[in-house]
Write a protein that binds this ligand. Structure first.
Ligand code: CA
Length: 430
């Protein structure tokens, strides 16, 4: 293949962006939420996101007047985010805020968000007869309730879960911190709350290592990218008490002076959950251009994680990070299978990949634990490899979710399961 034809290939930026998105971005808010007859409840830290479609009585009300309280009249922490007609969050901070695109009124597409565990779960929530603004929520076998009214005389909570400093690109909550790279979505360093007695944060990981490898059908040298090729300019953001939304212009810096087309991607950080939903448009069938591609996403574990274990419960994988069984690739389709890095059962994090792509096209994928490659500092790197051999043209969703423990036993698993519970809304007792 000549330089020119290679360049033409790379310049087919839609294709490249699609591949990159297939392969790379941490994230799955929009994948179908499987209904389940599960008897379990959503985790305490599971965000509940309701829109004007769920709360028609709130449509047209001034956002500044909205309040959320529990049955006892106590304020529930919440935030309201406006969304434009074209589906963009209205974000008030950064060098290019779009505050002017909001109208200050709660519309059909606008979102109100609070935590499942902050909603009232008392035994008497069904005992109330009709009550103004009563919203019953069901998830799995769990039932909760809040009262939502446009009444500025009701109390507002002063509780904030999220702290963010855009200058240092650091987000912190009671349960984790992460330092993002400048103009990137990936983190350079992250820590988890120590529930094994220390109380502070454990500096657990160095950078999120990403490797993308594309093999074309033309038999040339594989094209290899790392997280440094994944550029994401965060020009606006919003920090609320419940979530941080960073909106990025995302592209792959392909070298040779070529950039892939840009995609707008939202990174959303909740108190115990970080997610990046990505919609991928693949304009041509994957096999038309590529024979295989893979992406590896493997956070590099610091010295402080030596006593942690890398686990994939669904695959019965349990490997000590400080042990000698490094350099393992365990074949499995990682989609929907959480891996965890934890210690003492409840200190650490879990990582869950979801995609609407057919698993039959992902053969060769697996979970990875190994010594970091030269030039990377750390004890081990562990995560997954997603191998793509073929995908028909079309639209796909890919989401990586990282969940953090709040110290409750089983919290990481529960939160991982919670994302698949549809939250039902019942207004019939209003
Ligand atoms: Ca609005």
């Amino acid at each position: 293949m000549t330089y020119q034809s290679m360049r033409r290939l790379l310049c087919n930026s839609t294709v490249v962006t699609a591949i990159l998105a297939i392969l790379v971005v941490p994230a799955n808010a929009t994948s179908p939420r499987a209904a389940s007859g599960d008897h379990r409840q959503p985790a305490h830290g599971m965000p509940v996101v309701l829109t004007g479609k769920d709360l028609p009585f709130l449509i047209g009300k001034p956002i500044a007047s909205i309040r959320v309280i529990d049955m006892a009249g106590q304020a529930v922490p919440f935030q309201v985010d406006e969304i434009t007609e074209s589906g963009e969050y209205v974000l008030d901070r950064g060098e290019a805020p779009n505050t002017g695109n909001g109208n200050g009124v709660f519309d059909r597409q606008d979102e109100i968000v609070f935590l499942w565990g902050d909603a009232d779960g008392g035994p008497d929530i069904l005992a109330h007869e009709r009550m103004d603004g009563l919203v019953l929520l069901s998830g799995g076998s769990g039932l909760r309730a809040v009262i939502i009214r446009a009444d500025p005389s009701l109390p507002l909570s002063s509780r904030r879960y999220i702290e963010y400093d855009h200058a240092t690109q650091r987000v912190s909550t009671p349960y984790y911190y992460a330092n993002f790279a400048k103009d990137r979505f990936h983190f350079l360093r992250a820590g988890v709350k120590d529930f094994s007695g220390g109380g502070g944060f454990i500096d657990l990981t160095n950078e999120l290592r990403v490797e993308i490898l594309l093999r074309t059908l033309f038999g040339i040298v594989p094209i290899r990218y790392t997280e440094d090729n994944m550029v994401c300019f965060v020009r606006r953001y919003k920090v609320g008490p419940i979530r941080l939304i960073r909106r990025g212009d995302f592209h792959l810096n392909l070298g040779m002076g070529v950039k892939s087309s840009r995609a707008a991607v939202n990174q959303i950080c909740y108190p115990q959950l970080v997610e990046v939903p990505v919609r991928v448009n693949l304009p041509v069938r994957f096999r038309t251009l590529f024979s295989q591609a893979h992406v590896e996403m493997t956070p590099i574990i610091r010295e402080g994680g030596r006593r942690f274990r890398f686990e994939v419960p669904s695959e019965n994988i349990i490997l000590p990070i400080g042990g000698d069984r490094l350099d393992t690739l365990h074949a499995a389709i990682p989609v929907g299978k959480m891996f965890t890095v934890r210690h003492h059962g409840n200190t650490g994090y879990g990582w869950l990949l979801n995609t609407t792509m057919n698993p039959a096209h992902l053969a060769g994928s697996g979970f990875v634990i190994r010594r970091p490659p030269s030039g990377r500092r750390g004890v081990a790197e562990c995560g997954f490899r997603l191998t793509v051999r073929d995908v028909p043209r079309g639209n796909y969703y890919i989401t990586n979710r990282v969940v953090f423990s709040s110290g409750r036993s089983g919290d990481i698993e529960r939160l991982g399961r919670s994302v698949s519970y549809p939250i039902g809304v019942d207004l019939s007792r209003m």
